[in-house]
Design a binder for this molecule. Structure first.
Ligand code: GTP
Ligand code: ZN
Length: 297
């Protein structure tokens, strides 16, 4: 018998699948290669009590992943929104934020930036200043405290499948726990099973929201490689570049030091943030380098 289900947790080569009949099955993929991500819709065959095998992967509406020259790491499938969690402390990287936004834009997903730990007022002004260029680009920003009232966030999640991403320690798990009471119990259970005593998120998990939709909590990351995006995709994922793309004097302009570059001109005139243009050039350099490394140059 084949059941339809959603992959709700991915740990190593094992997956938890919630079937449309409400059962939770611990599943392994059929065949050697596991290419599944949290959020995937699958067909499973039941092989024993609480156990199954994944037979088929349904088409994905979106796929978020990070990559370097050698590896791709799937983060989540079928998300409709990316919630980028930053905090007043520890300090966060605006470059990391740009990377996540590129990944989200390249999959045409909605985005929301959450500035967490707003109760720690010492870091507030600094964080707001770091976020100001993103606010100017039209990215919505929500200030809150995961230890306080999270209703404003809850409203933004209804009907969406939201992936929470962020650097380690920004408070993703605390937010998940605030939004989904059962999540707390699960975190505790897992850390008891793994006997780590720590509550650091080590794998992605999808939690359904009582109001409809769901959230995917993912392990905190320190890097977000975009090696899978080529120059054109990167260009398109910097939303403020779009009016200038194709306007440079040279068709094959690298937006670096060419005369008549529309992006450089816009940066000099303050129409786009020079910092974002530098980030673009850096990401593209990384992608090109990754490609060369992958080809063994
Ligand atoms: N003051 C304050 N502390 C918070 C808030 N949210 C989270 N914290 C604290 O920040 C620390 C990190 O929170 P976590 O939820 O574990 O962070 P995380 O992003 O899930 O971290 P990883 O699991 O490493 O990815 C914990 O000590 C939390 O109690 C907040 O709104 N205010
Ligand atoms: Zn140019």
């Amino acid at each position: 018998m084949k059941l339809d289900g959603t992959l709700i947790a991915a740990f190593g080569r094992q997956y938890e699948v919630r079937t449309t009949t409400g059962e939770i099955l611990l599943c392994v993929p059929r065949g050697k290669k596991s290419v599944f991500a949290c959020g995937d819709r699958v067909k499973v065959g039941v092989t024993g009590p609480g156990q199954g095998v994944i037979d088929k992967l349904e088409e994905r509406s979106s796929l978020l992943y990070r990559s370097d020259a050698w590896r791709q790491k799937l983060i989540a499938a079928n998300a409709t929104q990316v919630v980028l969690v930053v905090a007043t402390e520890p300090s966060f990287s605006d470059e990391f934020l740009s990377r996540c936004l590129c990944a989200a834009e390249s999959q045409h997903l909605k985005t929301l930036i959450v500035l967490n730990k707003a109760d720690i007022s010492a870091g507030l002004e600094n964080s707001r200043a770091l976020l100001a260029p993103f606010a100017a680009l039209g990215y919505p920003i929500l200030e809150l405290s995961a230890l306080g009232d999270v209703d404003a966030l809850r409203e933004r999640l209804v009907g969406e499948t939201s992936l929470l991403v962020g650097q380690s320690g920004m408070g993703k798990s605390t937010l998940t726990n605030a939004l989904i009471p059962e999540a707390r119990a699960q975190t505790r259970e897992i850390s008891e099973v793994l006997d780590t005593g720590k509550h650091t998120t080590t794998f992605a998990r999808l939690y359904p929201l009582p109001e409809g939709g769901g959230i995917i909590d993912s392990p905190g990351m320190q890097t977000f490689g975009l090696a899978h995006l080529d120059a054109e995709a990167l260009e398109a994922s910097f939303r403020e570049f779009r009016p200038y793309v194709g306007q440079c004097r040279f068709r094959d302009c690298r937006h670096d030091a060419e005369p008549g570059c529309a992006l450089q001109t816009a940066a000099e005139a303050g129409q786009i943030d020079p910092r974002r243009l530098r980030q673009f050039l850096m990401f593209r350099h990384e992608c090109e380098q990754a490609k060369r490394q992958a080809q063994g140059w």
